[in-house]
Design a protein around this ligand. Structure first.
Ligand code: C5P
Length: 209
C-alpha cells in the first residue's frame, strides 16, 4: 500500500496539533506543523525590526527561511501566533512555502501535515482530510487552562477575543482562507477529549474508501 498522506486543518487551539502528533506517532508518519513556518517568519521579521504588514519584506524573509529557523525556542507562544497570522495573509509568503510543504508531504514514508490550507491548497491529493474544530469559547477555555497550568497570569476574556480575532483574520483573508476542503471530514472536538479525538480520526482513516 502506498504511504499515507494526512491533511489536518482547523482554527487555532482546536486540538489539531495534538491530534496530528498522536496520529504521526501511532501510524509512524513524519509530521510537519506548518504553523511553525509562519511563526518563524513573523518572529524573524520582528527581530529584524521589519514591518510585518509589508508584503515585499515578508516575502523576502519567507524565501530565505531554512529548516534551522524552525528550531527557535520561542515560536509556540501566543505572540508568535499573532505575528504568524499577520504575515500569513501575504500571497508571496504563502507561495514561498508551497514547495517545502509539498516536498515534505510527498516523502517516501508518507506524512501528516497540519495547518489552515493543507487540504485545500497544499495537498488537495491527500488520502485523508480532517477538519478539526471547536467553538471559540471551548478553544479559549482550553488555551486559558493550559496557560494557567504553566503558572501564567491570563484572562479568559482576553484569550477569547484573541481567538476570535485570529479566526477572523484566517477565515477572512483573500489568499488560502481557512475553510474545510469539500472532501474533508469535520471533527468537532468541543465535547471530546484528546483520546476520543484520536479514536475518531483513526476510525475515519481505517474506513476510508
Ligand atoms: O497553527 P498555528 O496556530 O501555529 O498557526 C499560526 C498562524 O499561521 C495561523 O493563525 C495562520 O494565520 C497561519 N497559518 C496559515 N497556514 C497554515 C498554517 C498556519 O496561514 N498552513
Amino acid at each position: 500500500r502506498k504511504p499515507l498522506l494526512i491533511a489536518i486543518d482547523g482554527p487555532a487551539a482546536a486540538g489539531k496539533g495534538t491530534l496530528a502528533q498522536s496520529l504521526a506517532n501511532r501510524l509512524n508518519l513524519p509530521y510537519l506543523d506548518t504553523g511553525l513556518l509562519y511563526r518563524a517568519i513573523g518572529k524573524l521579521m520582528q527581530i529584524a525590526g521589519l514591518d510585518l504588514d509589508d508584503p515585499q519584506a515578508a516575502t523576502v524573509v519567507a524565501e530565505k527561511l531554512t529548516p534551522d529557523d524552525l528550531r527557535r525556542g520561542d515560536l509556540r507562544g501566543r505572540e508568535a501566533g499573532e505575528l504568524a497570522s499577520r504575515v500569513a495573509v501575504h500571497s508571496g509568503v504563502r507561495a514561498a512555502l508551497v514547495a517545502f510543504q509539498r516536498d515534505f508531504a510527498h516523502g517516501p514514508r508518507g506524512a501528516v501535515l497540519d495547518g489552515r490550507d493543507i487540504g485545500t491548497v497544499i495537498c488537495p491529493d491527500a488520502d485523508v482530510k480532517l477538519y478539526v474544530t471547536a467553538s471559540a469559547e471551548v478553544r479559549a477555555r482550553r488555551r486559558t487552562d493550559e496557560l494557567l497550568a504553566k503558572g501564567r497570569m491570563v484572562d479568559y476574556e482576553a484569550i477569547l477575543s484573541e481567538v476570535k480575532a485570529r479566526d477572523e483574520r484566517d477565515s477572512g483573508r483573500a489568499e488560502a482562507p481557512l475553510r474545510p476542503a469539500d472532501d474533508a471530514i469535520v471533527i468537532d472536538t468541543s465535547a471530546l477529549g484528546p483520546a476520543e479525538v484520536l479514536a475518531t480520526a483513526l476510525a475515519v482513516i481505517e474506513n476510508r474508501p
